[in-house]
Design a protein around this ligand. Structure first.
Ligand SMILES: Cc1ncc(COP(=O)(O)O)c(C=O)c1O
Length: 400
């Protein structure tokens, strides 16, 4: 074994000893809007996808993808600034900007890259970045990588944010980054209060609405729409397309000056291949389905609400979330893994989320719901949880 491999083996062994090894399951087939999946030859019900509206296999979205692939080919062939920016991308950017009521939008290949782009263009050496402690890893990495002074405030604590902003002072350039819907907790950031703090103190606010876009708000434009916040209050809005939209990629929406600066300067925009035009075409159709089938938003939120009520009937308390992300706190890493395996044995796929994704001692089962689930399937899940509670695999007292 090489010296490098020897060190890697020791590090992997330490990770395993801490109960933090990660394992992939290979999905052999998906059906029924992605909620019935086959793993190791067995069909199970998945409560773990972020395809909240069940659009990833919607016939209209699939048809748009296939038709565009026939017309445009599969790959875009180059970055946007070389020759990879096709008419489908361009039209999608205009439609996304309209969807979130912002002047302009810019497509990125992933949300991770979009967040890195924004932080690198809006903050640097000598500037300040403030983040919610429970922000998604991509936001935390973006804040750390941009070279600004980096600090985190307690989760959802606007008073803590205000005091950090006041200490920094108005002379400095400060960027505040927050999830709209927190990815591992499902709760919604106090966006109106955060926006007010950033207006007064002052700072530029980026909201990452990866999990709110498509689900929340009167038209599905997300947590920012639900909070009634326009461009002045949230000058930088980042949303992903690989979750409720059911396709792939991400976009940043904001002022023409912001978008032009990202296009000119963001390395994660400039130095990477544009996403396939067929993905852009499928996303355009997905946006139309979101408009045509608003019942999908209502249905996924109803499933989440029924699940919460069902957990309460079982004496289990979920974290405070009204979104499709419904975590059940378990505590210890090993116990969360045992609970996840026990559910899998009963035909339900619900991942155990452990550190470093969540803080130590807060390992959890993360249930996510889809408009493709039926009410009966939600009841089946609750029945399985009842057996886990009765057999002591899940302790009512261990739940937060
Ligand atoms: C809050 C949040 N932001 C950003 C991302 C990254 O988006 P993408 O998967 O498109 O890279 C995710 C999840 O993947 C997320 O949950």
């Amino acid at each position: 074994m090489s010296r490098a491999d020897q060190t890697l083996a020791e590090e992997l062994a330490a990770q395993a000893a801490a109960g933090r090894s990660r394992r992939r399951r290979t999905v052999e087939a998906r059906a029924a809007g992605g909620v019935r999946v086959t793993v190791a030859g067995r069909e199970c019900l998945a409560f773990c996808s972020n395809d909240y509206l069940g659009l990833a296999d919607h016939p209209r979205v699939v048809a748009a993808f296939c038709e565009a692939a026939r017309r445009w080919g599969v790959g875009s062939g180059a970055s946007h600034l070389v020759s990879g920016h096709d008419a489908e991308h361009h039209a999608l950017e205009e439609e996304l900007a309209r969807f979130v009521a912002r002047p302009r939008a810019l497509l990125f290949s992933t949300g991770y890259m979009a967040n890195l782009a924004v932080a690198s263009v809006l903050a640097g050496r000598g500037d300040h970045v403030l983040e919610d402690r429970l922000n998604h890893a991509s936001l935390l990495d973006a804040g750390l990588a941009c070279g600004a002074r980096f600090s985190r405030y307690a989760h959802g604590d606007v008073a803590a944010l205000r005091s950090k902003l006041a200490a920094i002072g108005a002379a400095a350039r400060t960027l505040v980054l927050t999830d709209g819907v927190f990815s591992m907790d499902g709760d919604i950031a106090p966006l109106q209060e955060i926006a007010a703090a950033c207006r007064e103190l002052p700072a530029t606010l980026l909201v990452d609405d990866a999990h709110g876009f498509g689900v929340l708000g009167a038209t599905g434009a997300g947590a920012v729409e639900e909070a009634g916040l326009g461009l002045d209050a949230v000058p930088v809005l980042m949303c992903t397309l690989g979750k409720a939209v059911g396709t792939f990629g991400a976009f940043v929406a904001g002022s023409p000056m912001l978008i032009e600066s990202l296009l000119q300067r963001a390395r994660t925009y400039i130095y990477t291949t544009a996403l396939p035009p067929a993905v852009a075409a499928a996303t355009r159709e997905s946006l139309r389905v979101m408009r045509d089938e608003p019942w999908r938003r209502g249905r996924v939120l109803e499933h989440a609400a029924r699940f919460r009520a069902g957990l309460a009937e079982l004496g289990l308390r979920p974290l405070p979330s009204r979104t499709p992300i419904q975590p059940l706190l378990i505590g210890a890493e090993a116990a969360a893994v045992v609970a996840s395996h026990a559910l899998f044995e009963q035909g339900f796929w619900v991942p155990a989320i452990r550190p470093p994704t969540v803080p130590v001692g807060t390992s959890r089962l993360r249930f996510t719901f889809s408009a493709s689930h039926t009410e009966a399937e939600v009841e089946q899940l609750l029945a399985a949880l009842r057996t886990l509670r009765d057999s002591g695999v899940i302790q009512p007292t261990a739940a937060a």
